[in-house]
Design a protein around this ligand. Structure first.
Ligand code: PDD
Length: 281
C-alpha cells in the first residue's frame, strides 16, 4: 500500500512520524474518513469543510489547501487502485521535538499530515445492512467538544469493546438520560413517518452523512424531528438506524436486548440507505 506523509507518497513500511508527534503523545490531532465507491470520493467537500472547522476550533494550521487535499485523496485512490474503500486523513499539530503541554509556535512547528487508504470491496453491500445491528447503551463519558473530530478515540474503542463483550455490534452513548450518538456514528429512531435524531451542538459530531441523509429524508417527504430521545423511547420505536461515512445508513434491530418491530431492518431505514447510496454514488 502507498501512503502519504508530509508531501511524500511512500510504501507503508517506509512511512514514519516522529515519536514526539503531538497526536501520538497528547491526542493533539484531528481526522476525517471519506468513503470511496466505484472509485469516487463520497462527499469530499463536506469532509473538507468539517476538517477546516476542527482545525480552526483547535487553533491548528491547515497543512495545505483543500484543493491540494482533494488531489492527494485522488492520487492515493488511483495509486492503490481503490474501487470501494476508505481514505483516512489525520492532521496533528506536529512535533516540537520534545514533550510540552503548551502548543508549539505554528511559525516553527508544521502540522503532520498523514493519509492512507483501506480497500473494502463491496463496502456498500455489507450483509449487516440486511440483517440489522444490535446495540447496547453505555454512559457517555467523553469530553464536551464532541463536535471536533479529534483522534482521542479511547472511550469509543472501550464502548465498542463493551458491545462486543455483550454479543452486540455497537454502543449508543447516554448522557443525562438521553442518547447523544453512537460510538462512531449518529443515532436515529423512527416512529411512523417521523425520523428523530438529536439536534446539533457540541455534544455530538456533526455527521457529514447525517446532513445528507436528513436532506434526502425531507425531500422524500419524511418528517424530520431534531430533538433528544431516551433509551426507553428508542426501545419502543418502530425502527432505529445509524449513519456514518463508513457504513452509510445502518439499520438497528435490537437495543439493550429489546427487539425493534419484527427484528428485521425497518422499511424507512432501508429506503434511506437506498436513497443515500443512489444519490451519492
Ligand atoms: N466516525 N459520531 C461519531 C462519534 C463519529 O465518530 C462519526 C464518524 C460520526 C458520523 O460522522 P460522518 O457521517 O461524518 O462519518 C458520528 C468515523 C466514520 C470513524 O471514526 O471511523
Amino acid at each position: 500500500r502507498i501512503v502519504y506523509v508530509n508531501g511524500e507518497y511512500l510504501p507503508e513500511e517506509e512511512a514514519t512520524v516522529s515519536i514526539f508527534d503531538r497526536a501520538f503523545l497528547m491526542g493533539d490531532g484531528v481526522y476525517e474518513v471519506t468513503s470511496v465507491l466505484g472509485g469516487k470520493l463520497i462527499d469530499f467537500d463536506g469532509h473538507a469543510k468539517r476538517l477546516a472547522r476542527s482545525l480552526s476550533e483547535l487553533d491548528m494550521a491547515e497543512p495545505c489547501t483543500m484543493d491540494e487535499l482533494l488531489q492527494i485523496h485522488r492520487e492515493l485512490v488511483a495509486r492503490n487502485e481503490i474501487t470501494d474503500g476508505l481514505v483516512y486523513l489525520q492532521v496533528s499539530r506536529g512535533s516540537a521535538g520534545d514533550r510540552d503541554f503548551v502548543f508549539p509556535d505554528p511559525e516553527v512547528v508544521k502540522p503532520t499530515l498523514v493519509l492512507f487508504t483501506q480497500n473494502k470491496p463491496g463496502l456498500d453491500k455489507d450483509p449487516k445492512a440486511l440483517k440489522g445491528t444490535k446495540i447496547i447503551t453505555v454512559p457517555d463519558i467523553r469530553w464536551h467538544r464532541r463536535d471536533i473530530k479529534t483522534v482521542q478515540l479511547l472511550y469509543p474503542s472501550m464502548a465498542k469493546m463493551m458491545a462486543k463483550k455483550a454479543g452486540c455490534d455497537d454502543a449508543w452513548l447516554v448522557e443525562d438520560g438521553f442518547i447523544t450518538e453512537g460510538s462512531s456514528n449518529n443515532a436515529y429512531i423512527v416512529k411512523g413517518n417521523k425520523i428523530i435524531t438529536r439536534e446539533l451542538s457540541n455534544d455530538i459530531l456533526h455527521g457529514i452523512t447525517r446532513a445528507a441523509v436528513l436532506r434526502f429524508a425531507a425531500e422524500a417527504q419524511y418528517e424530520v424531528e431534531e430533538r433528544n430521545f431516551t433509551p426507553e423511547e428508542a426501545t419502543q420505536a418502530d425502527e432505529a438506524f445509524t449513519t456514518s461515512a463508513s457504513a452509510f445508513v445502518m439499520p438497528v434491530v435490537e437495543i439493550d436486548g429489546v427487539t425493534l418491530g419484527d427484528g428485521t431492518p425497518g422499511s424507512v431505514s432501508l429506503r434511506l440507505r437506498e436513497i443515500y447510496l443512489d444519490e451519492m454514488k
